[in-house]
Design a protein around this ligand. Structure first.
Ligand code: FES
Ligand code: FES
Length: 157
């Protein structure tokens, strides 16, 4: 076990972790940030997506210690004062979910895209979101939500 410092949603968090513990496990089980979901645990579904220094990462595959001293953003970090991020608002407005289990990972992947490319084409959205699985099949609405967030300035924050 080692002491590791994480910067999560603008806060400094010190945790004890071993080499085999994933960032997803630490976020959910040690820091109580349960917005990030466990889906497959194998990097295949995207439910566990968070941002590390602004880029989308599958937190189920990343050892927590590897994220030390990097800027980690989870879905909770997008609305620190209770004001929804444009992407969250767009997902609501487009009703881009059914059960909602995939939604945090979808939004974090979309955030990474809009940060790099504020006005993506449909093809670019589909390409970016390709690794995020929605078992409820809300893909067309998710694409529409990302277009809506893009128009509303979803790259902000
Ligand atoms: S839980 Fe991480 S990709 Fe599925
Ligand atoms: S809304 Fe249910 S898995 Fe996507």
């Amino acid at each position: 076990m080692a002491d590791v410092t994480l910067f999560v949603n603008g806060n400094v968090r010190r945790i004890e972790t071993g080499p085999d513990e994933s960032l997803l496990s630490v976020l959910r089980n040690k820091l109580g940030l349960t917005g990030t979901k466990y889906g497959c645990g194998e990097g295949q579904c995207g439910a566990c997506t968070v941002l590390i220094d602004g880029l989308s990462v599958r937190s189920c595959l990343m050892p927590a210690a590897t994220a030390a001293n990097k800027k980690i953003t989870t879905i909770e970090g997008l609305s620190p004062n209770g004001n929804l991020h444009p992407l969250q608002q767009a997902f609501l407005d487009e009703e881009a979910f059914q059960c909602g289990y995939c939604t945090p990972g979808m939004i974090m992947s979309a955030h990474s895209l809009l940060s790099a490319n504020p006005n993506p084409t449909e093809e670019q959205i589909v390409q970016q979101m390709n690794g995020n699985v929605c078992r409820c099949g809300t893909y067309p609405r998710i694409v529409a939500a990302i277009h809506r967030a893009s128009a509303a300035g979803g790259k902000k924050q």
